[in-house]
Design a protein around this ligand. Sequence first.
Ligand SMILES: Nc1ncnc2c1ncn2[C@@H]1O[C@H](COP(=O)(O)OP(=O)(O)O)[C@@H](O)[C@H]1O
Ligand SMILES: [Mg+2]
Length: 300
Amino acid sequence: MVDVVSDYPGDWSAHMALIELREVSYTYPTIESPALKDINLTVDEGEFVAIIGANEAGKSTLCYTLSGFVPHFFRGELQGEVKIGGINLKESSLSEWVLNVGLVFQNPFNQISGSKFTVFEEIAFGLENLGIPRQEMTSRVEEAMSRTGIGDLADRSPYSLSGGQQQKVALTSILVMEPKVMVLDEPTSQLDPIGTREVFGVIKGMSQRGITIIMAEHKIEWVAEFADRVIVISEGMISNQGTPQEVLISPDLPGQGIGLSRYTLVAHQARQEGLWSQDRPLPVTLDQAYSGFSGFPDAN
Ligand SMILES: Nc1ncnc2c1ncn2[C@@H]1O[C@H](COP(=O)(O)OP(=O)(O)O)[C@@H](O)[C@H]1O
Ligand SMILES: [Mg+2]
């Protein structure tokens, strides 16, 4: 990472974050009240950040903002500053912005171009627009499809797929572009548990290769497993953030429309019955739950 002297007054030690949002507020054209309010957020290169929050809290809108669809597609009024790699969103076009940032939409149907007859062509679409030579394009598409396990869908029509298959195609069409930053809006909402596990495996692989991941997700157990940092959005504002361990056991979460993980719930109950140490933090992952319960030989 490049160390630069920050231009932020009084914050000399700060290094340059890859993503910087300062005082960001956004209002959709047809709606009076802002969907995002005073968002301040920095994300480092390679970080995996999860966004959680109730329905209508503003998760998708934050995803659109990071990926340039706000304001370049949705219009409306964007206040404050959104920068990625030092480039200002307002001074960039959507076609420039998407070279660095890929968005996997919450509804995969929105991702499908509508102009391609096969899944293969659909996934190749972005590379084709960039004028990538045929041979390189083919090998990149095949590699991306094998990573998400959809090689067998290559010749199918994008419209003949199930919601879960469409979701994998949508992810693959972004993956193949190899963006620096991937923004994923509930990328497994239409997948069964097996498909969810597969897709999270792919996303984790991206993260391990140094791609910065920002993911809106309500499947808390997966967030706990993968995210470096969790951001809670409530009524368009960041209401809490920290490590999964700090944020996901907060008793405030259910009041904000967010469920606790089953590991946290079970251990909470167990603690009331003396089966979970008072001093041990409640778990958010299976591993943490397992080691906490292993400390109670009498419980077996
Ligand atoms: N395309 C849109 N046009 C107008 N308002 C929208 C649009 N999308 C979302 N909103 C509004 O913005 C707020 C935040 O919604 P959203 O970002 O979709 O929340 P979440 O993804 O957390 O459910 C809600 O009040 C919602 O009704
Ligand atoms: Mg949403």
